[in-house]
Design a protein around this ligand. Structure first.
Ligand SMILES: [Zn+2]
Length: 79
């Protein structure tokens, strides 16, 4: 699976990348949902570059743990 195929698994919308806030509004996907103490739900969004970094880390972690790697689920599970 190449980079474009992995990126296609996510839904993209303009937003601010959590790792590159200085870049302003770019194409981003939700990679994590956090539940702040005051209630509600906040989305952590990442740009294309960061999503690929996260997916690469997940793949490496899955390989190390001997677990199957399934792209497209950043933030849903530890691996
Ligand atoms: Zn980024």
């Amino acid at each position: 699976m190449d980079s474009e195929e992995i990126l296609a698994l996510y839904t993209w919308a303009p937003g601010v990348c959590f790792r590159h806030p200085a870049a302003g509004e770019v194409e981003t996907a939700t990679v994590k949902k956090v539940h702040p103490r005051h209630g509600g739900e906040e989305e952590v969004r990442a740009c294309r570059t960061c999503v690929l970094v996260i997916e690469r880390d997940r793949r490496e972690a899955a390989l190390k743990a001997g677990l199957p790697y399934e792209p497209g689920h950043a933030g849903e599970a530890p691996v």
